[in-house]
Design a protein around this ligand. Structure first.
Ligand code: PGA
Length: 251
C-alpha cells in the first residue's frame, strides 16, 4: 500500500543553530517512527548544512519552492536542478503562501511542477481553498482548477512520481484543523479526479493533509483511507511534536 509521508515545512524560520538543534532532535527520536517516511524542508540556505547533518539517516530532504525557469537572467531564483545537487528528494510547489502572498498563478505552479519532474525530483503539489471559497461551496471547483493546470501541462503521467498536499488555506497556521471527515472528503475527491484518468496512478498517489496538524489530532487524520501523511508547518519546528506526528501514522 501507500507508505505514509510526514514532511516538515519550516517556512521562513531558523538559524544555523536552530537547524542543527532541530535536526539533532529529530534524529535522536527517529526510532519512535515506524514505517512512515520522514522529510524536512528547511529554507534553501540551510539545505547543504542539513544534507551533511542527515547523512546516513532515514530522513529525506526537500525544498520549499523552486524557480519556474531552468537557468538564465532570473535574479534571486533557485532552480530545481540546483536543489537536486543538494541531495533533495522533494520540492514543495504551489504552497498557498506562494500562491497568495507572492501571486503565483496556477500556470506558474504547473510550470514549477514540471521543472521538478524534469530534474527527477518529486513535487509536493499543494492545493486548497480559502475560507470564503469553502463557505460559498466552491471547494471542489477551486481544487479542480488547481489540479487541471498541472494536468494540462504534465498530463496524468506527471502524477506517477508526485505527491499532493491538500491544505485548506483556512487551516494553515490558524489552529483550525479540518475534521478528519472534511479532509477525507476532499482527499477522496482529488483521488477520484485522477482515477478518472488513470486508476493505477491514482491508487499509488500519496495525498497529504496540511493545516494545523498537531500530535493530538494527527492520529485520527492519518487513519482516514485517503490521507497518506501530513505536511506540517508550526509543529514541525518542535522535534518532539514533529516526531510524535510521524509516529502517529504507525499507530
Ligand atoms: P501549519 O502549516 O501546520 O502551521 O498549519 C502547514 C503548512 O503551511 O504547510
Amino acid at each position: 500500500m501507500r507508505q505514509l509521508l510526514v514532511a516538515g515545512n519550516w517556512k521562513l524560520n531558523g538559524s544555523l543553530e536552530l537547524v542543527f538543534a532541530l535536526l539533532s532532535g529529530i534524529s535522536d527520536r527517529l526510532s519512535e517512527v515506524g514505517n512512515t517516511e520522514v522529510a524536512v524542508c528547511p529554507p534553501f540556505i540551510y539545505l547543504e548544512h542539513a544534507r551533511r547533518q542527515l547523512q546516513g539517516l532515514e530522513i529525506a530532504l526537500g525544498a520549499q519552492d523552486c524557480s519556474d525557469q531552468q537557468q538564465g537572467a532570473y535574479t534571486g531564483e533557485v532552480s530545481a536542478a540546483m536543489i537536486r545537487e543538494l541531495g533533495c528528494k522533494y520540492i514543495i510547489v504551489g504552497h498557498s503562501e506562494r500562491r497568495h502572498l507572492y501571486s503565483e498563478s496556477d500556470a506558474t505552479v504547473a510550470m514549477k511542477f514540471e521543472r521538478v519532474r524534469e530534474s527527477d525530483l518529486i513535487p509536493i503539489l499543494c492545493v486548497g481553498e480559502t475560507l470564503e471559497e469553502r463557505e460559498s461551496g466552491h471547494t471542489e471547483m477551486v481544487i479542480s482548477r488547481q489540479l487541471d493546470a498541472v494536468l494540462k501541462r504534465s498530463g496524468v503521467g506527471g502524477f506517477r512520481h508526485a505527491v499532493i498536499a491538500y491544505e485548506p488555506v483556512w487551516a494553515i497556521g490558524t489552529g483550525k484543523t479540518a475534521t478528519p471527515v472534511q479532509a477525507q472528503q476532499v482527499h477522496a475527491f482529488i483521488r477520484g479526479r485522477l482515477e478518472a484518468q488513470d486508476k493505477e496512478i491514482a491508487a499509488h498517489l500519496r495525498i497529504l493533509y496540511g493545516g494545523s496538524v498537531k500530535p493530538d489530532n494527527a492520529r485520527e487524520l492519518l487513519q482516514e483511507n485517503d490521507i497518506d501523511g501530513g505536511l506540517i508547518g508550526g509543529a514541525a519546528l518542535k522535534a518532539e511534536d514533529f516526531v510524535a506526528i510521524a509516529a502517529a501514522g504507525d499507530a
